[in-house]
Design a protein around this ligand. Structure first.
Ligand SMILES: *[C@@H]1O[C@H](CO)[C@@H](O)[C@H](O)[C@H]1NC(C)=O
Ligand SMILES: *[C@@H]1O[C@H](CO)[C@@H](O)[C@H](O)[C@H]1NC(C)=O
Length: 582
């Protein structure tokens, strides 16, 4: 931080740097579960305090078991009374409605108190933890024992059960790839059972058990995972260096770059025509270097800065100033680059690349979560209690064989409307992470690149966004033309319509589901829609539905005709139907 300040000569840069780096301490997030009285009459949302359809979910009760035994008793009791139930995690970071038990009478089973290390064996490299353990604690436990989980999401505020439920991943084309679930060699899961068995059982699914491929990525519909065993690796260090250049050769570079570095990723800034290459390799734990990656976007950030940031973007939206967004994006991204995105060589100062540090300190961060209470002077950037970030996230993976053509088409569309994609740049671009095919039934079927697109969402669901047609066209192009698979824990409703037809092992998955939970007590309206049970769909057709990705528009009223946004075909992908102004 001191380094950025000393290099900060341009007035705008200094201003933006203060917005990003005035990070001190902050309030931890609110509990996503709220009950009117004790543990009854509850609602649950996610950490953004709203689901894609802007609802919250209701439940009759919420319980917080602290052991597998207590969990078993809770599930047995609910199964005996045929009560719908769902696992919910400590912070609830899934955007989609995976934690909602069906209907108002359901039961929320929080894994918040299932957060201990069960067993660790450094000889066999096996670590067993309870399912509610937060990734940042898991990484610490592994690191302290001289072990490393090679891949994980970069945000460490997620839980073990949540990562498995949604197929969370990092970035790699090496070895078995970057999906957390592909490092799992055992799961203990509590499921409903017959009266003779006491209404619930703990199933211990070991590495050689065929059901592991269902349990590894389950959307939470099989039961509640109580413990997970990971096969780890001996501790190593990472060496990271960022290189930024124009995006002219991105389409040709993407596959080669992914094969070149074990932890490679790319952040693409399509609006301003840049790409940031993360050259990230494994080095020996004996190499010099005490670096830490405390990603700036995941630090607690001064509320006043966030409010200014949000109102700047909202103002640019209001006045239709796409070029202004591009200018703001340039400033923000220069500042982030100068600040090395939060990398420091020694834990406090960035002095130059490469930054070398221990795996557990480099792979993920979430410092905004552990801030002390400070009456919301600072918080996580998306905390709903402040006027902070509010966004859509469209996240999907495209097979390596198709990714070049996809990028070229997105660039073609961008070139028709040059300022249209600065709404992604201003939110730190499109994160492109590498994923490998998995044996999990609901895992990725091919090696590919995952595109993570974060963009402005209005607090008013009926208000169109600047150039929203362009992102809608990209979303539909990916899903329909390029057969992309959406991330289970992110995305807007339309990403999941018919998605299950893309999974060749869905039959095997549904067989395990009906065996573990024959009455669908762990299923909800949302999971039935995602899994296409009885032809159900995730899209929701109503006035203005396309603005929020609840439907693909088929008539003008699905957009905002009174504000000039009409349902029109795509410009590059002609089959798309998007809300365009004029
Ligand atoms: C549940 O809480 C809501 C307010 O959150 C209240 O309106 C309602 O009456 C409560 N219902 C019961 C059964 O307590
Ligand atoms: C750790 O694993 C090794 C190899 O599988 C085994 O021989 C040893 O007994 C285990 N240690 C403990 C404490 O369980």
């Amino acid at each position: 931080m001191a380094d950025v300040k000393s290099r900060c000569t341009h007035a705008d840069l200094c201003f933006a740097a203060l917005l990003f780096l005035a990070a001190v301490q902050g309030s931890p997030p609110e509990d996503p579960i709220k009950c009117a009285s004790g543990e009854t009459n509850c609602t649950i949302t996610n950490s953004y305090a709203t689901f894609p359809d802007r609802s919250a979910c209701r439940a009759a009760r919420a319980v917080f078991p602290a052991s597998e035994e207590a969990l078993l008793a809770v599930v047995a009791d609910a199964a005996r009374t045929m009560t719908k139930m769902k696992a919910a995690t400590r912070y609830s970071h899934s955007i989609t409605k995976l934690s909602c038990p069906g209907g108002d009478h359901g039961l929320i089973i929080s894994t918040k108190n299932l957060n201990s290390v069960v067993r660790i064996n450094t000889t066999s490299l096996l670590l067993t933890v309870e399912s509610g353990m937060v990734l940042r604690d898991l990484l610490k436990a592994a690191g302290d024992a001289g072990l490393a989980l090679p891949h994980s999401p970069y945000w460490s505020g997620v839980t073990v059960g949540g990562m498995l439920g949604t197929g969370a991943h990092g970035s790699s084309l090496w070895g078995v790839g970057s999906a957390v679930h592909d490092y799992v060699v055992g799961v203990r899961i509590v499921t409903p059972a017959s009266a003779a068995e006491g209404y619930a059982v703990v199933r211990s699914i070991e590495a050689d058990h065929a059901d592991l491929e269902a349990v590894k990525v389950s959307l939470g519909v099989l039961g509640i995972i109580s413990q997970v065993t990971f096969r780890l690796q001996p501790l190593f260090k990472r060496s990271i260096e960022y290189e930024k250049r124009g995006d002219g050769d991105l389409a040709d570079a993407v596959v080669k770059f992914g094969k070149q570095y074990e932890f490679a990723d790319i952040t693409w800034y399509p609006g301003t025509g840049k790409a940031l290459y993360r050259k990230d390799s494994r080095v020996s734990s004996n190499d010099n270097g005490n670096g830490i990656f405390d990603f700036i976007g995941f630090r607690s950030t001064a509320t006043v800065g966030l409010a200014i940031d949000r109102s700047t973007e909202a103002g640019l939206e209001e006045f239709g100033n796409a070029a202004g967004k591009c200018a703001a994006a340039r400033v923000v991204n220069s500042v982030l680059f100068l600040a090395a995105y939060g990398l420091t060589n020694d834990g406090s100062l960035f002095t130059g690349y490469p930054v070398v540090g221990l795996q557990q300190r480099m792979q993920a961060s979430s410092s905004c979560l552990i801030s002390p209470e400070d009456s919301l002077i600072t918080s996580c950037p998306w905390d709903s209690r402040i006027k902070g970030k509010f966004f859509h996230q469209t996240t999907f993976s495209i097979a390596l064989s198709k990714v070049r053509a996809f990028i070229l088409e997105v660039q073609k569309l961008r070139d028709i409307y040059p300022d249209s994609l600065c709404s992604t740049d201003i939110n730190n671009g499109i994160l492109m992470r590498y994923v490998k095919a998995s044996t999990a039934f609901l895992g990725k079927d091919k090696d590919g690149v995952d595109f993570d697109i974060t963009y402005y969402r209005s607090h008013d669901p009926l208000k169109p966004r600047l150039y929203e047609d362009v992102l809608e066209e990209i979303e539909q192009m990916a899903l329909l033309k390029y057969g992309a698979l959406p991330h289970w824990g992110k995305n807007r409703n339309i990403a999941f319509d018919g998605v299950i037809g893309k999974y060749s092992k869905i039959g095997e998955f549904m067989r395990v589901k009906s065996y573990y939970d024959p009455f669908g007590l762990f299923s909800s309206e949302w999971t039935d829609q995602v899994l296409g049970v009885e032809g159900k769909k995730t899209s929701l057709v109503k006035k203005g539905c396309a603005l929020e990705g609840l439907c693909v528009c088929s008539e003008d009223s699905h957009c905002a005709p009174e504000m000039g946004y009409l349902c029109r075909p795509g410009k590059v992908f002609k089959d798309a139907r998007v809300c365009r102004n004029g």
